[in-house]
Design a protein around this ligand. Structure first.
Ligand code: AP5
Length: 219
């Protein structure tokens, strides 16, 4: 089963993916997390990606397609794609790759939320550099301020691309390049499951599960 989760930066893709993978037993393939771990490991890919990520631009299609196609193959096909595809070229390549394996996308879930809401979410986000757990300074506080609940003494950090000026550029990039992916799927008769993501986390999860449960039952 292949699920694509679309949505602007800070829409809650990572937060919801963690719950989706648990319920439907899928691999969570986050293009951003993969690039960040390459960056942390100091690989050539990570160094190249950093130049684009730090200024809120997209990593070139060729690089990310190769990376994600490899990750999907490693996951054995059953996965949730978080942050990929992000351009029409990426979406078309993903379809092509899946078709070669006689597979297809089972669901495209689109988190719909306004820019002013996501700006507030992103600038308040804090993450654990060790386990990747995500918190928010107002809406999802850790038990001990500034520290990860799971990795006890680990201090939480703010992602370098979560600074206000980079967030503005990421949103601009999203509107210029990623919103067209929704149109691509509509043109290709791929149903899009719209979710009102301007709701508390549990409400958003409930909307997603309701739609995906009926899809899983119908398979
Ligand atoms: P990536 O890491 O994918 O960033 P993003 O898409 O901008 O998404 P975020 O991780 O910022 O947000 P999210 O939607 O996961 O929200 P979260 O759940 O954390 O990409 C980073 C960069 O990598 C890109 O800019 C690009 O350079 C590169 N890249 C990645 N993929 C690429 C691709 N395919 N092609 C080219 N380049 C690529 O939630 C955010 C905050 O809000 C958290 O604090 C959370 O607690 C809180 N929150 C979540 N849901 C709610 C809610 N319902 N109510 C209140 N608060 C909430």
């Amino acid at each position: 089963m292949v699920i694509v989760l679309l949505g602007p930066p800070g829409a809650g893709k990572g937060t919801q993916c963690k719950r989706i993978v648990e319920r439907y037993r899928l691999a969570h393939l986050s293009s951003g997390d993969i690039l960040r771990s390459e960056k942390a490991a100091g690989t050539k890919l990570g160094r190249k990606a950093q130049r684009y990520m730090d200024c809120g631009k997209l990593v070139p299609d060729q690089i990310i397609i190769e990376t994600m196609v490899g990750a999907i193959a490693c996951a054995g096909g059953d996965c949730v794609l978080d942050g990929f595809p992000r351009t029409v070229v990426q979406a078309a390549e993903l379809d092509k790759e899946l078709a070669q394996k006689r597979e297809k996308i089972d669901a495209v879930v689109s988190l719909v939320v306004d820019d002013d809401v996501v700006e507030e979410r992103i600038t308040g986000r804090r993450s654990c550099p060790v386990c990747g757990a995500v918190y928010h300074i107002d809406t999802l506080k850790p038990k001990i301020e500034g520290h990860c609940d799971k990795c006890k003494n680990q201090e939480l950090i703010q992602r370098p691309d979560d600074k206000p000026d980079v967030v503005k550029q990421r949103l601009k990039t999203y509107h210029e390049q990623t919103t067209a992916v929704v149109g691509y799927y509509a043109d290709n008769s791929q149903e899009i499951l719209d979710i009102d993501a301007d709701r508390p986390v549990d409400d958003v999860t409930a909307q997603i599960f309701e739609k995906l449960d009926s899809l899983v039952t119908a398979r």
